[in-house]
Design a protein around this ligand. Structure first.
Ligand SMILES: Nc1ncnc2c1ncn2[C@@H]1O[C@H](COP(=O)(O)OP(=O)(O)OP(=O)(O)O)[C@@H](O)[C@H]1O
Ligand SMILES: [Mg+2]
Length: 172
């Protein structure tokens, strides 16, 4: 059974992960105000690949790399500021404080956060949770679970699934 506000997608390749990211970017671009996306998934799951596709929707065509050492990478887009965070190297959740996340949200920024679990308790609640998992052995690609956590998250999730219905895993 699918929980309300949750979609599970089967993403067979890195190209499809980019397409999913792009669909998410287009959906988020329709929203107003700040938007936070939390990206969970073990090392090499495909989080940055998804962010790369997301940036394409915002017209960013250059390479997108995880800001593992700098923690945060700003992208100026035509509509609003988008920030890509990678908190993998965080030792203490309090280390996110100097990044000034609350100020960014006051400017209606979009935040994409890899490894949010490293800053548990120190981050505002995400509008959309994305969890990327390696599927069972013998299955291609990745399984991506999207969970909305706010009205704007729910709106975006509806648009995302409408844009890429072929990726949807129809559970019984
Ligand atoms: N759906 C997919 N199916 C198969 N391979 C994929 C898929 N998505 C991404 N990949 C591949 O997985 C590798 C790791 O991707 P990526 O760097 O995006 O992972 P990550 O989750 O950001 O890793 P890290 O935790 O190190 O930041 C890349 O080679 C990418 O092409
Ligand atoms: Mg990454």
């Amino acid at each position: 059974m699918r929980e309300p506000g949750t979609e599970i997608l089967s993403v067979a390749s890195a190209e499809r992960m980019q397409a999913l990211g792009r669909a998410i970017g287009s959906a988020v671009d329709e929203s107003e105000g700040p938007f936070i996306i939390a990206l969970e998934g073990e090392l090499g799951a495909g989080k940055t690949t998804l962010v790369g596709g997301f940036m394409r929707a915002y017209g960013i065509t250059g390479p997108v790399r995880s800001p593992t050492y700098t923690l945060i990478e700003p992208y100026q887009t035509a509509s609003r500021a988008v920030y890509h965070l990678d908190l993998y190297r965080l030792v203490d959740p309090n280390e996110v404080e100097p990044l000034g996340i609350r100020d960014l949200l006051a400017e209606a920024a979009v935040l994409l956060i890899e490894w949010p679990s490293k800053a548990a308790g120190a981050l505002p609640a995400a509008d959309l949770w994305i969890d990327i998992a390696y599927p069972a052995r013998g299955t291609e690609g990745r399984e991506v679970r999207l969970t909305s956590n706010s009205p704007i998250g729910t709106n975006a999730l509806r648009d995302i699934v409408a844009a890429i219905p072929e990726l949807r895993l129809l559970s019984p």
